[in-house]
Design a protein around this ligand. Structure first.
Ligand code: MLT
Length: 202
């Protein structure tokens, strides 16, 4: 997968897996990593799918309606890519925290829905339920931060709440942060995510 790896100063911080939104690229979330955990190593990945020229992490049939077969395939592909990258770049595969926005948050959620050990934590900005009818693995104790907008018309509050429920039922430690805003990512939630990160990982 197209990506970039940046070695961080800290040996103890988890590696950040950065996953952009629809139409983005591997550089998009670098400023967020810089704010949230400036000492951490970063693996920033570009989605392998193109939708009308816009990179994504998996195909969709319509807005909010996912091609589930492709989602499952791409989730495995990303999981394997992180594993291969950990060997290539020498980071700890068991200490990987995803930071995703929108489509990138949805595939990060899908990693949690399908893999017991893919992520040791996740910051999901504006995420929804990636797939229905899946029994989640035991993800007991994995911290997950959900940032969401009360007026997000793409990712409705119901969807984020259902995601929080699924993850909590599987044992994740879910923290929700709601802004008054819409789908756009706000500095307010990034600052909260930073506090959350500091609380859990330092
Ligand atoms: C998705 O397709 O993952 C969601 O609809 C959000 C997005 O458009 O990126």
């Amino acid at each position: 997968m197209k990506h970039l790896f940046v070695q961080g100063q800290s040996k103890s911080a988890p590696t950040l897996l950065l996953l952009h939104g629809t139409g983005g690229n591997e550089r998009d979330l670098l400023p967020l990593a810089e704010i949230i955990a400036p000492q951490a190593s970063v693996l920033a990945v570009k989605g392998n799918i193109l939708e009308n020229g816009m990179p994504r992490f998996f195909r969709r049939l319509a807005e909010g309606v996912f091609d589930e077969e492709d989602l499952i395939f791409r989730t495995q592909e990303l999981h394997d890519f992180v594993t291969e990258s950990s060997a290539q770049y020498g980071f700890d595969r068991d200490q990987v925290v995803a930071i995703g926005y929108s489509n990138g948050a949805n595939i990060a959620a899908s990693l949690l829905y399908h893999h017991h050990h893919s992520l040791s934590g996740a910051i999901l900005f504006h995420a929804m339920v990636p797939i229905e009818g899946v029994t989640l693995p035991d993800i007991k104790g994995i911290p997950v931060f959900l940032g969401a907008g009360k007026r997000d018309s793409m990712i409705t509050p119901d969807q984020t709440k259902k995601l929080a429920e699924h993850l909590s039922e599987a044992g994740a430690l879910v923290s929700e942060y709601w802004t008054e805003g819409g789908h756009q990512l706000s500095m307010e939630e990034v600052e909260k995510a930073k506090d959350w990160f500091t609380e859990h990982y330092s």
